[in-house]
Design a protein around this ligand. Structure first.
Ligand code: FES
Length: 333
C-alpha cells in the first residue's frame, strides 16, 4: 500500500486500531528527500537483526504515536531485509497522517508496524510483465522492478508523474532500459495513455497498476477483456462506498452467536461494538486485514481487494465495508 494515495497503501482516512498483536517495534533510521513533497523513510528493527521477509507489492500498517494508523507499501523487496523503506508523499489535504509524519517524525523515533501484508503479489515467472505506476503509486511497483531485475525476467515500466520534480527514483530510471517515464506537464495529451500499452503487449503478459483513481479506472477499462489472472491492481482509495444498508443478521459459526446489522452500520462496527476481537486495519476495503471466510449467505462485496472471480466465489469477504445481499450471513468467526 505506498505511499499515501490510498494501499501504497495507503489512506488519509484509515484510522483503524485492530490487529495490534504481533506489532514490530522499529526505529526510524533515516529520512531522505526523494522528490517534491516525497521522502523515503527507513525503518529498522529496534531489537536489531532482520525485518520479516517482504515480497514485492507488500505493505505495512504504520502506527503513529498520535494514535493514527496508515498503510504504506514497501519500496524494496527482500527475503532477509535489514530495514524497510517506505515512500511517503505529503498530502496537501492531509488530516493528520502524512502531515504528522513530515512535521513530527524525526530520525531516532521509535514506531510500531504490522507484519507485511500483500494483496498485490507479483507473478515472478510470467513471460512478460507490464508495470504501470502513477505518482506515489510507484512504491509497490518499484519493489517489483527490483525483484524482476534480480531474477532477470523481462518487464517494462511505464511511470507517470505530474513533472520531473515530482518523480521519485528518476535518477535510477536511466539505468533501467525498460523504463518509460511520462511527465504530464511535458506531454501533449497530458496523461499517460494506457490503452496502447496494453494492446501492444505480448500475449500472456501480466499487467500491474498502482496510482490515482483515474489511472486505475483507465487501466481496468483497458484490461477488461484480458483473463483476470493476468491483471493486477492496487487501490489506495476505495473504489466503492461502504455498505451501510443493514437489515440482515450475521451469525458467527464458531459460537452460533447472532448479531443484527441495523441500517447505518456495518458488520465490523457491530462486532467491535459487541466487544469482539476481530482483525482489521484500514476500514475502507483496501488493505485486506479484515478478510473473513463466509460459511453461507451472499455478501454484497464493496472492497477493492478481491478480484471479480473471488467476489463471485463468495468464499471470503471484507467485513469492514461489505454487506449482505440476503437476510443472513454465516461467517467463520
Ligand atoms: S480493514 Fe482493510 S480491508 Fe477491511
Amino acid at each position: 500500500m505506498a505511499s499515501e494515495l490510498a494501499k501504497s497503501s495507503v489512506s488519509e482516512d484509515a484510522v483503524g486500531r485492530g490487529d495490534l498483536s504481533n506489532l514490530l517495534e522499529v526505529r526510524l533510521i533515516s529520512i531522505r528527500y526523494a522528490a517534491r513533497d516525497t521522502h523515503l523513510f527507513e525503518l529498522a528493527p529496534l531489537a536489531g537483526g532482520e525485518m520479516p521477509p517482504a515480497d514485492p507489492g507488500a505493505h505495512v500498517d504504520l502506527h503513529l504515536p498520535n494514535g493514527m494508523m496508515r498503510q504504506y507499501s514497501l519500496t524494496t523487496p527482500d527475503r532477509a531485509p535489514k530495514s524497510y523503506i517506505l515512500g511517503i508523499k505529503r498530502d496537501a489535504n492531509s488530516r493528520g497522517g502524512s502531515k504528522y509524519i513530515f512535521d513530527t517524525l524525526k530520525v531516532g523515533h521509535t514506531l510500531r508496524i504490522s507484519s507485511p501484508r500483500n494483496n498485490f503479489a507479483l507473478v515472478e515467472n510470467a513471460d512478460h510483465v507490464v508495470l504501470i505506476a502513477g505518482g506515489i503509486g510507484i512504491t509497490p511497483i518499484w519493489a517489483m522492478t527490483q525483484r524482476l531485475t534480480e531474477l532477470g525476467r523481462p518487464f517494462e515500466l511505464h511511470y507517470a508523474s505530474r513533472s520531473r520534480a515530482d518523480m521519485i527514483f528518476l535518477d535510477k530510471l536511466k539505468d533501467m532500459g525498460s523504463a518509460r517515464p511520462h511527465f504530464d506537464d511535458e506531454s501533449a495529451d497530458k496523461f499517460l495513455d494506457i490503452k496502447p500499452l496494453v494492446a501492444s503487449a505480448a500475449k500472456g503478459a501480466h499487467f500491474y497498476c498502482c496510482g490515482p483513481i483515474p489511472m486505475l479506472n483507465a487501466f481496468e477499462e483497458a484490461t477488461a477483456n484480458l483473463p483476470a489472472e493476468q491483471v493486477h491492481v492496487e487501490y489506495f482509495t476505495p473504489k466503492e462506498e461502504k455498505s451501510t444498508a443493514g437489515g440482515f443478521i450475521v451469525q458467527l459459526a464458531r459460537s452460533n452467536k447472532e448479531f443484527v446489522i441495523p441500517p447505518g452500520k456495518g458488520i465490523l462496527e457491530v462486532l467491535r461494538d459487541a466487544g469482539l476481537d476481530v482483525p482489521y486495519s484500514c476500514e475502507q476495503g483496501i488493505c485486506g486485514a479484515c478478510e473473513t471466510a463466509v460459511v453461507s449467505g451472499i455478501p454484497d462485496h464493496r472492497d477493492s481487494v478481491l478480484t471479480e472471480k473471488e467476489c463471485a466465489a463468495n468464499k471470503t469477504m471484507m467485513i469492514c465495508c461489505s454487506g449482505s445481499k440476503g437476510d443472513k450471513l454465516v461467517l467463520d468467526l
